[in-house]
Design a protein around this ligand. Structure first.
Ligand SMILES: [Ca+2]
Ligand SMILES: [Ca+2]
Length: 196
C-alpha cells in the first residue's frame, strides 16, 4: 500500500511529461507517467556517443613525412576532458621497407609497438598526449597502433580550446623531422572532444 501511495505521489507531480535529468549523464530525459497503469518511464536522449562532440567538419588527413600535417578549426570553444581520434582511412608507417603499416604509430623493433600521432597547436606545440616536454612515441592503455580509435583522457589539467582555434594532427617523426625519409602513407581521421 505504501508503494502505491508512493507511485500516486509521483503521478500527482509528474503526470505531464517533463524534462528529467537526474539519471542521464549529459542530455535530459522525457518522463512519461500513466495514471491508469500506475507507472512512470523516462526516455533519455543520450547514448554511448552522445557526450562526444565532433570537432572537424571534414576528415583531417595527414602524411608521415615532408611536414604533411592535417589541420582543422575548433568550432566551439570550451574546457575539454577527453579527445578521441577515429580512423577514417589510410595508414602511416615509420619505415616502409622493414615494418608493417598502422593507423596511428609504428611497429619498429627498436622502439616497440607504439603510437606516434599527436595533436598540436598552430605553432606545432604538442597538446595531446599531454607529455612533459617533447616526446616521439607513446603508449595508451587499451589501445594499439591499429586501433580503430584512440582516446586521450586523464589530463593533468583540462584542455582549454577557443572557438576557431586551429589544431593540427602530426605524425611524430614528421613533426620532429626524425628519420622521416623512410616513412610512408597518409591517413585521415575524425576528431571528437568531450567537454566538461
Ligand atoms: Ca622513420
Ligand atoms: Ca617533417
Amino acid at each position: 500500500m505504501q508503494k502505491k501511495n508512493s507511485i500516486n505521489q509521483i503521478l500527482t507531480f509528474n503526470f505531464v511529461p517533463q524534462i528529467y535529468s537526474k539519471s542521464c549523464h549529459v542530455l535530459p530525459c522525457l518522463l512519461f507517467c500513466n495514471d491508469i497503469l500506475h507507472f512512470c518511464i523516462y526516455f533519455c536522449f543520450s547514448n554511448i556517443e552522445a557526450p562526444w562532440r565532433k570537432l572537424n567538419a571534414a576528415p583531417v588527413c595527414f602524411g608521415s613525412k615532408d611536414d604533411q600535417f592535417g589541420r582543422f578549426n575548433v568550432e566551439v570553444g570550451g574546457s575539454v576532458e577527453a579527445v578521441k581520434l577515429i580512423h577514417v582511412s589510410g595508414w602511416v608507417n615509420c619505415d616502409v621497407v622493414h615494418y608493417n603499416s598502422s593507423n596511428w604509430g609504428c611497429y619498429a623493433t627498436n622502439v616497440g609497438t607504439v603510437l606516434g600521432t599527436v595533436i598540436t597547436t598552430s605553432n606545432d606545440v604538442i597538446l595531446l598526449p599531454d607529455f612533459d616536454g617533447l616526446q616521439m612515441w607513446y603508449t595508451l592503455p587499451g589501445y594499439n597502433p591499429n586501433s580503430k580509435e584512440i582516446v586521450f583522457k586523464g589530463f593533468k589539467n583540462p584542455l582549454l580550446l577557443t572557438s576557431g582555434q586551429e589544431l593540427r594532427i602530426w605524425y611524430s617523426e614528421d613533426l620532429q623531422n626524425d628519420t622521416e625519409d623512410d616513412n610512408g602513407g597518409t591517413m585521415c581521421a575524425d576528431v571528437y572532444a568531450m567537454y566538461i
